[in-house]
Design a protein around this ligand. Structure first.
Ligand code: SAM
Length: 331
């Protein structure tokens, strides 16, 4: 094993000290709610309830993404490990931390030692997953970082032999402008021995895409509506979630799914902590999540702008989902 195990509860690692201060966070939320199309940043979907609901979504029959990504990983993990030769694994938005196990199994089978750093905004899920991983993989060292992958990449330690993994198509939740700066910063922090394994959802039949974000059981609707309770708690708000309904649709021009909340009736909402009054008409919409869909060519173009190139491309027989292994382009 490389280095000494890093304790999951080391205060330095787990203290939520994002470079975005709470006051900035409030100002950013205020500004995005005051846009022509009001928007709530998608990271607010993931409090403990939201993270539980997301786990339920991953098991829904319409939600092909998780099982497809797992099947690709299971069949390609040995190839990924052989190409990346990681000494460090870093997972962004690690959630319940299930998929990383497939890579850890492959590394274990090869007798390779790694340190594994997981970063997520949800502290409870992060702690629980690190607890379970530390028991099941005692030969590896685990470290948790509570943080935001848009602002805290600098807390992930030095480059070198690092495989950064970002599953679930979460990179698609970034607006293309945010994705540009995310790729740019990640690329600057990589060296030639590092690689990025990115899970991306692929462009496909809009009906299939829309079904994945609007299940008949209403789990995705509950996940979406929960964001209002998160804002109520964190920003002293008085949103009434029952006064909104879930809406998800595919925008073919932008190749993204949008999740929105639609006001069922005219209403006034107050968020006391950021001194904001919102007057919403019946039918007014708030955007809560984007989920960009990719082709190999569109991902290649987006990555190239940050000097990253696709080294390996793994997909399933139906081209539903892909895992791309990216590296920095050599000059
Ligand atoms: C779509 S889930 C994916 C979870 C898991 N990686 C999987 O493959 O099932 C997105 C994860 O990213 C986390 N997350 C969302 N926005 C984040 C942000 N800005 N910074 C850090 N983590 C974030 C959420 O808490 C959640 O665990």
């Amino acid at each position: 094993m490389d280095g000494s195990p890093l304790r999951k509860d080391a205060p330095e690692d787990l203290a939520p000290r994002s470079s975005t201060r709470p006051i900035d966070e409030g100002a950013a939320l205020r500004a995005s709610l005051l846009q022509e199309l009001p928007e709530i940043p998608a990271r607010y979907l993931y409090d403990d309830t939201g993270s539980e609901l997301f786990e339920r979504i991953t098991g829904l029959s319409v939600y092909y993404q998780t099982r497809t990504e797992i099947s690709i990983l299971e069949s390609r993990a040995a190839d990924i490990v052989a190409h990346a030769h990681p000494r460090q694994l870093v997972e962004l938005g690690s959630g319940a931390g299930r998929k990383i196990r497939i890579l850890l199994d492959s590394l274990r089978a090869d007798g390779r030692g790694v340190t594994c750093t997981m970063l997520d905004i949800n502290e409870l899920f992060l702690l629980q997953s690190i607890d379970r991983l530390s028991v099941d993989y005692p030969e590896f060292a685990f470290r948790g970082v509570v943080g935001n992958f848009m602002t805290d990449l600098g807390r992930l330690g030095p480059a070198g032999g690092r495989l950064v993994v970002f599953f679930a198509g979460t990179v698609g939740n970034l607006h293309p402008d945010e994705r540009r700066s995310f790729f740019g910063e990640l690329s600057q922090r990589m060296d030639d021995s590092d690689a990025l394994l990115l899970g991306v959802d692929l462009v496909k039949d809009p009906a299939r895409l829309e079904a994945a974000y609007d299940d008949p059981e209403g789990v995705t609707a509950a996940f979406n509506l929960n964001i209002l309770s998160v804002l109520n708690r964190r920003f002293a708000g008085d949103f009434d979630p029952s006064a909104f309904r879930h809406r998800a649709f595919y925008d073919p021009e932008n190749a993204w799914i949008e999740m929105r909340l639609v006001a069922k009736r005219k209403q006034d909402v107050r968020l006391g902590a950021i001194d904001l009054e919102l007057a919403l008409d019946a039918g007014a919409e708030i955007r809560t999540e984007l989920s960009c869909k990719f082709t190999r060519a569109s991902l290649e173009a987006s990555a190239a702008a940050a000097n990253l190139t696709i080294d390996r491309w793994y997909t399933d027989p139906d081209d539903l989902f892909a895992l791309a292994l990216l590296r920095r382009r050599r000059p």
